[in-house]
Design a protein around this ligand. Structure first.
Ligand code: HEC
Ligand code: HEC
Length: 204
């Protein structure tokens, strides 16, 4: 099995790696190697933009990656690699690409600005729900995600966010470290989910 960039308390084959991993484990922090954003850009152009591009409106259900914090990107990648998320194309890319490739891609996407024009006019109901359920506690005051691995939600395509929330509410996708299905989302109607997604898509 390939070892990854994520901290682990399990011993590694060589001593330096084991020490670094233990340090990362004790600090409780992700300490990814630094990537090469220019190499990430070349790789993204070859392998990612056909599905993940803010300029292609036909892909309304595919997530935008621009501005995703590195820690969130790496956490998502790990979920595909470990098959906690099962989208076949992403699982096979996660098998194919090296740790360095993924670091490069994460740096590339973290450095990009998300699309300027918000997709959605917003929703007062969605804003009120986000406030009441305190989504910003983890996703950051501007919903830009966090270094602890919470994803950027601001400006994400509404259809993708609604779909993710439905999966998390139903328990087919985990939501951070919450139990499955996530009790935070249990009481939300489909209209609530749509409103939350529209609100989040409207944020810069
Ligand atoms: C053929 C289409 C396709 C290609 C090419 C593709 N992806 Fe994806 N990607 C998807 C789909 C579909 C999802 C949603 C996965 C799900 O259903 O959980 C996704 C999800 C992701 C996510 C999780 C985002 C989130 O907000 O949940 C990341 C990160 C990602 N892709 C990175 C990449 C990178 C980097 C590349 C290029 C190396 C790439 N993808 C190429 C289709 C694609
Ligand atoms: C206790 C912390 C916490 C709270 C509170 C929280 N989230 Fe999250 N959320 C996370 C983490 C961590 C992730 C990334 C890991 C994952 O995908 O499971 C995440 C991921 C997501 C995703 C997937 C994004 C993507 O691109 O794949 C969505 C959508 C989401 N959260 C919406 C919400 C909404 C809406 C709220 C408020 C109702 C909320 N979250 C509250 C921690 C939290």
């Amino acid at each position: 099995m390939q070892t990854g960039w994520w901290p682990s308390c399990f011993p590694r084959p060589d001593k330096a790696a084991a020490t670094a991993a233990l340090a990362a484990c004790l600090l409780g922090a992700h300490v990814p190697a630094s990537g090469d954003a220019a190499a990430g850009q070349r790789l993204a152009a070859a392998k990612c933009v056909s599905c993940h591009a803010s300029t292609a409106p036909i892909h309304s259900t595919l997530p935008l990656l621009e501005g995703q914090p590195k820690a969130a990107f790496l956490a998502q990648w790990r979920d595909f690699r470990e098959r906690r998320r099962t989208a076949p194309v992403m699982v096979s890319l996660a098998e194919e690409l090296s740790e360095q490739d993924v670091n490069d891609l994460a740096d590339h996407y973290a450095a990009l600005a998300p699309p300027r024009a918000p997709e959605s006019p917003g929703s007062d109901l969605g804003r009120a729900l986000a406030d009441r359920l305190r989504c910003a506690d983890c996703h950051g005051p501007a919903m830009h995600g966090s270094n602890a691995g919470a994803a950027r939600l601001a400006g994400q395509k509404a259809r993708y966010t609604a779909w993710s929330l439905q999966q998390m509410r139903g328990g087919t996708r985990s939501h951070g470290s919450a139990s499955r299905p996530d009790p935070l989302l249990a009481g939300l109607s489909n209209a609530d989910v749509e409103a939350l997604a529209a609100h989040l898509a409207s944020l810069p």
